[in-house]
Design a protein around this ligand. Structure first.
Ligand code: PRP
Length: 217
C-alpha cells in the first residue's frame, strides 16, 4: 500500500503560499523549487508527494482519493459541496463573497433579480434563504462586466481588496460569507492514513496559531 501522503495543491499564487506553509510545518519537498513544468514532486524523507492541480479541481482529486489531502478555497468547497472532510482553516487567501451592483443603482424589489456569477450554487442558496426570486446568469470570469453592460442587476463574486469593484464603479450591497484556504481530506484516506494525516493537521494547526499570534503582536 502507498503510505506516502498525496497532497493536491492549487496551482498559482495561493498554492505557493500553501506550499510554503507545508514546508515550514516539516513537509518540505526541495525538488518543487526546480524551475520546470513538472506537476508531481516527491520527497521520500518527508513521505510526501505533491501534485499541482487547477484550484477548482483540488476537491475532485481529494474526493476520488487520488490525493489524500488538498488545500482549497472555501468558495470552491461551498460551490461544489465536495464529499470530503474539512480539517483546518489555514487562514490565508482571505476574502469574502459579496453581492455588488452599480454604484447608486436602484433595484426593484418586486422584480426577479438577475444575478451574474461564477458561483451559481452559492448565489442560489443565499437568495433562497431570503426568499428572493432570482435568475442566474452563469459566467466564467470578469463578472463585473454584467451589471456595467446591463446584463444583470447584481453580481455575486469574490471580493479581496475591493479594487476590481471600485475601478468598475460597483459597490458591495451585502456580504455573504468569509472565505479562506482550507485543508481537506479524502474520507477513506483519513481512516487508513489517520496517524499521518493527523500529524500533518496538527503541525499545520500549530503553524497557523503561531502566525496568528505573531500578527496580533
Ligand atoms: C477575482 C474576483 C474579482 C477579483 C476580486 O477574480 O472574481 O474579480 O478577483 O479581487 P479584488 O477585490 O482584490 O479586486 P479573478 O482574479 O479570479 O479573475 P476572473 O474574474 O477573471 O475570474
Amino acid at each position: 500500500m502507498d503510505q506516502m501522503i498525496n497532497i493536491a495543491l492549487p496551482k498559482g499564487r495561493l498554492g505557493d503560499k500553501v506550499y510554503a506553509m507545508f514546508e515550514q510545518a516539516g513537509y518540505g519537498c526541495p525538488s518543487i523549487h526546480e524551475n520546470n513544468r513538472k506537476l508531481v514532486f516527491e520527497d521520500k524523507k518527508n513521505n510526501v508527494r505533491y501534485f499541482w492541480v487547477k484550484p477548482s479541481d483540488v476537491a475532485i482529486y481529494v474526493e476520488q482519493g487520488t490525493a489524500d489531502v488538498g488545500v482549497i478555497g472555501k468558495d470552491i468547497l461551498l460551490e461544489y459541496a465536495a464529499d470530503v472532510y474539512e480539517l483546518l482553516d489555514l487562514e490565508i487567501g482571505k476574502c469574502r463573497f459579496s453581492v455588488a451592483a452599480k454604484k447608486g443603482a436602484w433595484i426593484d424589489p418586486e422584480k426577479t433579480l438577475r444575478v451574474a456569477t461564477k458561483f451559481p450554487n452559492i448565489a442560489r442558496t443565499f437568495f433562497d434563504r431570503k426568499n428572493r426570486e432570482i435568475e442566474i446568469i452563469k459566467l466564467n470570469g470578469s463578472v463585473e462586466l454584467a451589471p456595467i453592460l446591463g446584463m444583470s442587476h447584481v453580481i455575486v463574486d469574490i471580493v479581496e481588496t475591493g479594487t476590481t469593484l471600485r475601478e468598475n464603479n460597483l459597490e458591495v450591497l451585502e456580504n455573504i460569507v468569509e472565505i479562506s484556504a482550507r485543508l481537506i481530506a479524502n474520507k477513506a484516506s483519513f481512516k487508513f492514513k489517520n496517524q499521518d494525516i493527523e500529524r500533518m493537521r496538527k503541525s499545520l494547526a500549530a503553524l497557523v496559531a503561531q502566525r496568528r499570534e505573531e500578527a496580533n503582536k
